[in-house]
Design a protein around this ligand. Structure first.
Ligand code: ADE
Length: 262
């Protein structure tokens, strides 16, 4: 896979791509990440990338010409594989594990990081990109979003993460949050792992983890379970077995789910 990142601040994100799983995936030749500063595609002496909005108002808007020139340049490099263009913006569809899995199948991605108030609409019209948001908050630029996206996608490329099972067991791959984990020491400040985890009974360990994942998801992200009747039924059985109230009993939503006040 090749990933191009168009940004005004390559120096802010390049070190991140050199580290950890993304860095190792590059060293192993699984992915090549190329950051390009689209200020290098300006033609005026001030190297301007933005200007005041038509119609007035605060803030600056990214002009179409330098960005489109940078896209054309980046896309002409390397293989002629089709390029999936992504504009990082809070207006986009939310980044999810499902979307990350889809993007991990693509031969080439091109991520565009905005800055300032926004993009001239002709950037959208000209490029017809996917628009992706990493959450309902406003960043000063798309760079942190590009790092998040690259990380979420690259770790799904086969071979990028040691032990494919690790990936499968992780949060969200199956729509559940992860169960509680413990490691050494066995006794830490008087706190010990549940007996079942140190008993060496693999089937019981798997059952405990599954139950805990279901309960944790129900407590923290009931929205994830409500959309999955089969999981909700499984939770119902777990709660009944443990003598806890059924999941349809009103439990109260986590306070953060209140969207009336943003
Ligand atoms: N650029 C600014 N805010 C953003 C967000 N929430 N997601 C993606 N890109 C952004």
């Amino acid at each position: 896979m090749r990933i191009d990142v168009l940004t005004l601040f390559p120096e802010a994100i390049e070190p991140f791509f050199a580290c950890s799983i993304v860095g190792r995936a590059q060293e192993a030749g699984l992915v090549r990440i190329v950051c390009t500063n689209f200020r290098d595609f300006t033609t005026d002496k001030h190297r301007s990338v933005d200007d005041k909005p038509f119609g007035g108002g605060a803030g600056m808007v990214l002009m179409p010409a330098p960005l489109l020139a940078a896209v054309e340049y980046a896309e002409a490099q390397d293989s002629q594989d089709p390029v999936t263009r992504v504009l990082l913006t809070p207006q986009g569809q939310p980044l999810t594990q499902k979307l990350a899995r889809e993007l991990a199948q693509k031969p080439r991605l091109l991520l565009i990081c905005g800055h300032y108030e926004g993009f001239d609409e002709r950037i959208r019209i000209g490029l017809q990109p996917l628009e992706i948001s990493i959450g309902d908050y406003v960043l000063s630029g798309g760079e942190p979003a590009a790092m998040v996206m690259v990380d979420a996608v690259v770790r799904l490329i086969p071979g990028a993460v040691g032990g494919e099972q690790t990936l499968d067991e992780e949060s969200f791959t199956e729509g559940l949050l992860e169960y509680p984990q413990y490691t050494r020491p066995r006794n830490f400040r008087g706190m010990e792992p549940p007996e079942v985890l140190v008993g060496g009974h693999h089937k019981k360990v798997a059952e405990w983890r599954r139950s805990e994942a279901l309960k944790r998801t129900w407590q923290r992200r009931p929205d994830l379970l409500r959309a999955r009747p089969a999981l909700l039924e499984e939770l119902r059985q777990v709660l009944a077995k443990e003598g806890l109230p059924a999941p349809d009993a009103p439990t109260g939503e986590p306070a953060w789910m209140d969207t009336t006040d943003y």
